[in-house]
Design a protein around this ligand. Structure first.
Ligand SMILES: NC(=O)c1ccc[n+]([C@@H]2O[C@H](COP(=O)([O-])OP(=O)(O)OC[C@H]3O[C@@H](n4cnc5c(N)ncnc54)[C@H](O)[C@@H]3O)[C@@H](O)[C@H]2O)c1
Length: 383
C-alpha cells in the first residue's frame, strides 16, 4: 500500500477484518506499506499491522513478494504509480478519483489491460448495505422506470477562510476540489443505480480565492504555516444537471461550504412505482416509498437494512445491530479478494473509474464553456 493516512487506515482495517467476517479463499497479507518519511511510515506499519515498509514506491513495486499494489496517495500520483505497478505485473487497487484527467484514466486502463493484471477502484459507498438494497429494488423493477436522481454531497470543513491550502485545495495535487473529491462519489452512485450519463450542464465556484500556505495535513485536517498565502485554483462547490442514456434526469451538488453538513452524502431516486432515499450519516437505513401501497398508508417508510436477507447483513450481527463507515471498505474488499480468487476485475474497476472521469471532465468543460456537454465529446477527443 502506498500512503498510510486517512484512506490508508480505512484500507488497512478492511484487509485485517475481511477474513474475520467473510469466508474468502484468498486472505490478504499486509506485506509492506510505503511512505516518504521513514520514522512516520515505520510507526504506521507497526500501528496498522504491516510486516515491513519502504520509503520509495518504486522499491515497493519492484519487490517480488507483493501481488497487489494499493494506492492511497493524493490524486496526482495515482496514474504514475498504477501504470508502473501494472507494468511490473502487479494487480492494482486505486483510490478515487482514478486520475487527474480522462486522458490519464484512459492510459491507466490501457496499462492494466495490456499487462493483464486485475484492477479495482475504491468507490466504497456502493457497498453500504442500504445502497446495495436500493440497487436490488431497482433491478427487480420495484421502482419501475427511473425518472429522477437528486444527489448531494455536502461538507463544511474548509469554510474558515484561514483553513490552509492543503493538497485537496491544490490543483496540481488533486485536479479539482469538491468536484473530484465529492461529486465523483455521487457520479459513481448514479452510474451504479441509474445508468450511464449522456450529457451534463455544470456550474463551479471558488468562494475563498486565497488561503494560508500549509504546514502539515492529513485527510480532512491541516495547519497553516505563517502569514504567507497562495491562490486557490480548485472549486469549492460544483453543481450540475444531467441526462442519462435511459431517459432519466439528475441534479448533483457537491460542496465544502454547506455549514452544518459534515459528510452529507445523500440521494433520492424517483421511479414510476416508487422512490428511495439514502443518507450516508444514517447509512444503515433506506427510506422507501411504494406507489402501490394502499393510499391511506402511503408514505416513506424507513427500513433498517440489517435483516439477515439484506446485503452483507448475514456476515455481521443480528437485525438492528448496526454497522458503520469502516464496513463499507470491508464489504468492498470482499469483492476485491473474490476477484483475485476468480481472476476477474471486480466492479467498480478502472473502466468505471474512466467513465466517472469522463463525467467529471464533461462538467468542468460545461462550466467553463457555459453550455451543455455530451459525454461523447469527451470520449471522442481521446478515441
Ligand atoms: N473512497 C473515499 O471515500 C475516500 C475518502 C478520502 C480520500 N479518498 C482518496 O484517497 C486518496 C488519499 O486521500 P487521504 O484522505 O487518505 O489523504 P491523506 O492526506 O490522509 O494521506 C495521503 C497519504 O499519501 C502519502 N503520500 C503522498 N505523496 C506520496 C508519494 N509520492 N509517495 C508515497 N506516499 C505519498 C502521504 O504521506 C499520506 O500517507 C485520494 O485520492 C483521495 O481522493 C477517498
Amino acid at each position: 500500500m502506498v500512503g498510510y493516512k486517512f484512506m490508508g487506515k480505512a484500507h488497512s482495517h478492511a484487509y485485517r477484518d475481511v477474513s474475520f467476517y467473510f469466508d474468502n479463499q484468498v486472505e490478504p497479507v499486509l506485506q509492506a506499506i510505503c511512505g516518504r518519511d521513514q520514522a512516520a511510515v515505520k510507526e504506521a506499519a507497526e500501528k496498522m499491522g504491516w510486516l515491513s515498509y519502504e520509503t520509495d514506491w518504486r522499491a515497493l513495486i519492484a519487490r517480488d513478494d507483493i501481488d497487489l499494489i494499493d494506492i492511497v496517495t493524493p490524486n496526482s500520483s495515482h496514474a504514475e504509480i498504477a501504470i508502473a505497478a501494472a507494468e511490473a505485473g502487479k494487480h492494482v487497487f486505486c483510490e478515487k478519483p482514478l486520475a487527474m484527467t480522462f486522458e490519464q484514466a484512459k492510459r491507466m486502463l490501457a496499462a492494466v489491460e495490456k499487462n493483464n493484471v486485475l484492477h479495482m477502484i475504491n468507490h466504497n459507498y456502493r457497498f453500504a448495505p442500504a445502497v446495495q438494497f436500493a440497487k436490488n429494488l431497482i433491478n427487480s423493477g420495484r421502482l419501475g422506470r427511473i425518472y429522477h436522481i437528486r444527489a448531494i454531497y455536502l461538507q463544511d470543513w474548509i469554510m474558515d477562510p484561514q483553513f490552509p491550502l492543503v493538497w485537496r485545495l491544490s490543483k496540481e495535487a488533486c485536479g479539482s476540489g469538491a468536484h473530484g473529491d465529492l461529486a465523483a462519489h455521487s457520479i459513481d452512485l448514479a452510474r451504479f443505480l441509474v445508468g450511464e450519463f449522456k450529457e451534463v450542464s455544470g456550474l463551479m465556484e471558488t468562494f475563498i480565492k486565497e488561503r494560508p500556505l500549509v504546514e502539515g495535513s492529513s485527510g480532512l485536517s491541516g495547519s497553516a504555516s505563517s502569514s504567507k498565502t497562495g491562490p486557490v485554483h480548485v472549486d469549492d462547490a460544483s453543481l450540475f444537471l444531467a441526462r442519462f442514456e435511459n431517459g432519466a434526469i439528475g441534479t448533483f451538488e457537491a460542496t465544502r461550504f454547506a455549514g452544518g453538513n459534515r459528510n452529507g452524502n445523500r440521494f433520492e431516486i424517483n421511479g414510476e412505482k416508487g422512490s428511495v432515499r439514502w443518507d450516508m450519516e444514517k447509512m444503515n437505513e433506506l427510506d422507501v416509498y411504494f406507489h402501490d401501497d394502499e393510499v391511506n398508508v402511503q408514505g416513506f417508510r424507513t427500513i433498517s437494512c440489517t435483516e439477515e436477507g439484506h446485503p452483507f447483513a448475514a456476515a455481521y450481527w443480528p437485525a438492528g445491530h448496526i454497522i458503520g463507515y469502516e464496513h463499507t471498505f470491508i464489504n468492498l474488499v470482499v469483492e476485491l479478494v473474490k476477484g483475485l480468487e476468480k481472476g476477474e476485475s471486480p466492479a467498480p474497476n478502472f473502466v468505471d473509474g474512466m467513465k466517472n472521469q469522463a463525467v467529471l471532465e464533461a462538467v468542468e468543460r460545461s462550466a467553463s464553456l457555459k453550455r451543455w456537454v455530451a459525454l461523447s465529446e469527451i470520449e471522442s477527443k481521446f478515441s
